[in-house]
Ligand binder design. Structure first.
Ligand code: PGA
Length: 222
């Protein structure tokens, strides 16, 4: 197994002040002395916080990467309200695409998700593509997938590590070059049970990552 990716999805939480507090607490990540060849922490805040996170990470030598939670399916242009991949790339290396909350609440279609992946790749962003099960289509060019069964998101009821490992294994059988993360009710006390599985290359954490200290524990225990 290669390095583990530990991803925080802060969703639509935290205004500027709350984000500052989160960052102050997250500074302690340096105490983990992470070996970048072993573990990479990736934080995905809202668009409005990307710049503050970017500046804070650079000026405090924070050993973590940044990701966006979404990206426009279009290139730059007359698309009011959209944030495109070229703009995101100024601050982030990764982008989440295909979260079930976006598929369900914003009616994002498979076709639109393919466009988003294409835009991300065109501007050098690495897509982390979310699938809800082993049948979810994975667009070409994707190298990192996160399996998040809907029943496990925000419920405190994660999938079993065995089932997640099986799904990750099936996904990898079809596409051997993929890394597969697990997401859904991951916390510091259960993270290891997922990351110790042979087909699981990391985790995507929602609720538990809203507390920076808990997210650091998750990174530590992974
Ligand atoms: P959760 O969310 O950790 O709160 O279950 C995961 C996600 O939606 O990415």
């Amino acid at each position: 197994m290669g390095k583990l990716l530990i991803v925080a999805n802060l969703k639509s939480y935290k205004n500027e002040n709350e984000a500052k507090n989160w960052l102050e607490n997250f500074k302690k990540i340096s105490e983990l002395n992470l070996d970048p060849a072993q573990k990479e922490a990736i934080v995905c805040p809202s668009f409005t916080q990307l710049f503050s996170f970017f500046s804070y990470f650079s000026s405090n030598n924070i050993n973590a990467s940044l990701g966006a939670q979404n990206v426009s399916p279009f290139d730059e242009g007359a698309y009011t309200g959209e944030v495109n991949a070229k703009q995101v790339k100024d601050f982030a290396a990764y982008v989440l695409i295909g979260h079930s909350e976006r598929r369900n609440n914003f009616k994002e279609t498979e076709e639109m998700l393919v466009q988003k992946v294409d835009m991300a790749l065109r501007y050098g962003l690495t897509p982390i593509f979310l699938v809800q099960g082993k049948e979810t289509p994975i667009p070409e060019g994707v190298k990192i997938v996160a399996y998040e069964p809907v029943f496990a998101i925000g419920t405190g009821n994660p999938d079993t590590p065995e089932s997640a490992d099986t799904v990750a294994g099936v996904i990898k059988t079809a596409r051997v070059d993929l890394s597969v993360l697990y997401g859904g009710s991951v916390k510091s006390t259960n993270v290891k049970s997922f990351t110790e599985k042979s087909n699981i290359d990391g985790v995507l954490v929602g609720g538990a990552s809203l507390d920076a200290e808990e997210f650091i524990k998750i990174i530590q225990n992974a």
